[in-house]
Design a binder for this molecule. Structure first.
Ligand code: HEC
Ligand code: HEC
Ligand code: HEC
Ligand code: HEC
Ligand code: HEC
Ligand code: HEC
Ligand code: HEC
Ligand code: HEC
Ligand code: HEC
Ligand code: HEC
Ligand code: HEC
Ligand code: HEC
Length: 317
């Protein structure tokens, strides 16, 4: 029993002396021999302590760095994992403190420039990808990335003011370039695919080259959106049915869509002023306008095609 007490005391003594000798603070739970050899205190075992067990695995260039460069105080728990706590912010506060969002530990070279721009809502495409960084990032130092604006006008005001074909100002075009020009950054003449054509959407057969309507690409001439301003039912297409007697008091798009002249005809005023055919008893009971209308110039409705009113019954012919 006495021996045991003495033994315990010795262990305690050794531990205390060790703790006193240790520059690593009392909290370190790792045995001295994991890192140290009997040679001297500054020679550290190469594969001793497994740093990957900490919150900060040593990867990239950090594998080559002396323990002491990061653990200057030798109290290991004092080191912080945030890159900015050890590395000076060369960007002088212009990109924030989250260095790891752009940098890895193997080198400071940034490999995700495109991704960074996409995330900022300004993908680098076309000429934008080819341009030197400092064409856009005009800060005094190459490593300062002061916030710049992403709207086209902020960088291309000069081009806007010098447009000739068409002259944007006299054509009344706004400075919201994105409405008409796309982000591809290739050429101003490549109008965006999803071009927002405003009140006159380019649907159906109108999804064609601009100059079909804007002759010689002269956008200064204001076009009418009335179908009949571009389409007139000439002699060839007035026969079936004849348009001139009854139809032309209506707008073409009261009946037609922009996809085809012969399909999908819907006379939108029918149920309003001319009897219900899209609702009521006749809904779904006919296939073609000519079920009721004789396809002649008079274009009157012929009920007798289906009804035999004299017998008072509905006898389909
Ligand atoms: C996780 C690894 C590790 C453990 C465990 C460890 N040490 Fe160290 N120790 C080091 C490192 C690294 C140094 C700095 C070596 C150098 O000079 O680069 C160091 C340095 C020292 C020094 C020299 C201090 C100086 O100012 O140069 C002493 C003394 C020392 N350790 C004692 C201890 C004792 C006692 C223990 C056990 C309680 C211990 N160490 C446990 C890694 C460790
Ligand atoms: C590039 C910097 C860097 C280098 C080099 C480095 N460390 Fe660390 N070390 C850290 C950081 C950061 C932590 C995380 C501290 C934490 O847990 O918050 C850490 C944690 C530790 C811990 C755990 C501390 C604790 O309280 O959990 C030990 C032990 C340690 N390091 C020992 C070493 C030894 C031994 C070496 C050399 C072989 C070394 N480190 C090299 C940065 C470094
Ligand atoms: C605990 C301190 C510490 C932390 C945290 C830290 N580093 Fe380091 N890092 C160093 C030290 C020390 C070096 C060795 C070079 C030196 O002395 O500056 C180094 C070297 C590097 C290098 C090699 C190029 C050079 O400057 O020599 C890169 C790249 C690097 N670190 C990136 C990072 C990144 C990215 C982070 C965050 C994910 C980070 N570091 C976090 C201390 C740290
Ligand atoms: C938004 C992205 C971004 C963030 C965040 C960022 N950097 Fe950078 N950093 C860059 C770019 C871009 C470069 C230029 C290097 C290149 O062109 O590959 C650079 C370069 C560097 C360089 C090398 C400078 C040289 O002379 O070559 C260091 C060092 C550096 N950054 C440190 C940091 C530190 C430290 C932080 C955190 C405080 C940080 N960076 C945050 C994007 C970033
Ligand atoms: C055509 C113009 C343009 C070019 C060329 C360009 N950038 Fe950018 N960059 C921008 C815009 C616009 C933003 C987003 C606005 C902002 O964050 O200031 C941005 C954002 C950034 C950011 C993020 C800044 C932040 O605040 O987080 C970094 C870093 C960056 N660019 C680096 C570069 C580097 C490096 C190059 C050259 C390889 C480059 N850029 C080329 C326009 C450009
Ligand atoms: C931060 C500044 C910046 C912003 C924002 C910007 N650009 Fe650019 N753009 C440039 C630079 C720099 C070039 C390279 C051509 C040059 O040398 O002038 C360029 C080139 C172009 C080109 C190639 C033709 C030419 O003029 O050289 C087009 C097209 C273009 N940009 C369209 C746009 C559109 C559309 C937007 C908005 C979605 C936009 N840009 C936003 C800076 C910018
Ligand atoms: C309402 C639509 C619209 C808006 C808004 C618009 N553009 Fe255009 N832009 C056009 C059309 C259409 C063309 C002629 C395309 C063609 O000829 O293929 C054109 C052509 C251009 C051209 C080449 C023609 C020339 O004379 O140089 C430039 C440069 C240009 N736009 C710059 C801009 C800039 C910069 C903005 C924003 C500040 C802008 N545009 C806003 C429709 C627009
Ligand atoms: C099918 C005929 C047609 C086609 C094809 C067409 N446009 Fe138009 N465009 C019109 C009509 C009609 C208007 C007048 C709409 C209005 O009153 O706003 C118009 C108006 C415009 C305007 C002036 C709108 C404004 O907000 O100032 C621009 C710019 C324009 N078109 C550009 C284009 C471009 C670029 C294309 C090719 C992608 C194109 N258009 C194709 C018929 C067409
Ligand atoms: C600014 C002139 C313009 C206006 C306004 C216009 N169109 Fe067109 N439309 C065209 C051009 C150009 C074409 C293609 C050439 C052609 O087939 O005549 C076309 C083609 C069509 C076609 C396909 C013709 C075929 O033969 O396949 C239909 C259907 C059509 N338009 C319907 C309409 C309707 C409905 C309206 C009114 C909502 C309308 N268009 C207004 C210029 C115009
Ligand atoms: C009240 C409805 C109505 C109105 C308004 C109307 N159409 Fe029609 N249109 C028709 C019907 C019904 C047909 C026959 C479709 C079919 O079955 O082929 C037709 C056929 C056509 C055809 C094809 C004729 C053929 O021979 O293939 C053209 C072209 C046409 N319309 C152009 C126009 C134009 C342009 C306008 C405006 C000026 C217009 N339509 C107004 C109902 C209308
Ligand atoms: C179920 C029978 C029925 C069908 C189907 C029908 N109509 Fe009618 N339509 C009528 C009746 C009833 C009238 C009003 C009496 C009249 O003027 O003959 C009328 C009137 C009209 C008128 C006005 C004629 C005028 O004298 O002003 C036009 C135009 C017309 N229809 C076009 C169409 C077109 C185009 C279709 C096919 C999309 C169609 N109708 C399908 C029954 C029908
Ligand atoms: C394409 C064939 C067709 C044509 C043409 C037609 N109808 Fe009908 N009509 C029907 C059908 C089918 C019903 C539904 C019978 C039912 O559901 O009981 C109906 C129902 C009716 C009813 C309701 C009868 C009841 O018993 O409730 C009336 C009234 C009527 N039609 C009048 C007319 C008039 C007036 C015309 C000429 C403008 C006309 N129809 C042209 C097929 C037609």
């Amino acid at each position: 029993m006495r021996k045991l007490i003495l033994f315990t005391f010795l262990i305690f003594l050794v531990a205390t002396i060790n703790a006193i000798n240790s520059p690593h603070g009392a909290k370190l739970k790792v045995a001295c021999a994991v890192c140290h050899t009997t040679e001297n205190w500054s020679k550290i075992k190469e594969n001793g302590f497994n740093h990957n067990t900490t919150k900060f695995p040593l990867v990239g260039q950090h594998k080559m760095v002396d323990c002491r460069k990061c653990h200057t105080s030798l109290d290991f728990s004092k080191a912080t994992t945030n890159c900015a706590s050890c590395h000076t912010d060369i960007h002088e506060g212009t990109v924030g403190n989250d260095c790891a969002s752009c940098h890895k530990t193997n080198s400071w070279i940034v490999t995700n420039i495109r991704q960074i721009h996409r995330q900022q809502g300004f993908p680098l495409l076309g000429e934008h990808a080819a341009a030197d960084c400092n064409r856009c990032h005009t800060s005094a130092s190459a490593l300062r990335f002061n916030n710049i604006r992403t709207d086209c006008y902020s960088c291309h005001q000069f081009q806007y003011e010098n447009t000739i074909k068409p002259n944007h100002k006299t054509s009344g075009f706004g400075t919201d370039c994105e409405r008409c020009h796309n982000m591809a950054g290739v050429s101003w003449n490549l109008i965006g695919k999803g071009f927002d054509h405003g009140v006159f959407p380019l649907t159906g057969a109108h999804n064609i080259a601009c100059e079909n309507c804007h002759f010689e690409n002269n956008y200064s001439v204001k076009l009418s959106t009335e179908c009949s301003s571009c389409h007139s039912p000439g002699p060839a297409n007035t026969t079936s049915p004849v348009h001139t007697t009854k139809f032309l008091k209506f707008a073409c798009n009261d009946c037609h869509n922009t996809t085809s002249w012969s399909n999908g005809i819907k006379f939108i005023q029918h149920d309003g002023s001319y009897g219900r055919i899209y609702s009521g008893k006749h809904k779904g009971k006919w296939n073609s306008c000519t079920d009721c209308h004789n396809n002649d110039a008079a274009y009157v409705a012929n009920c007798l095609k289906c009804h035999n009113f004299s017998s008072g019954s509905l006898d389909e012919n």
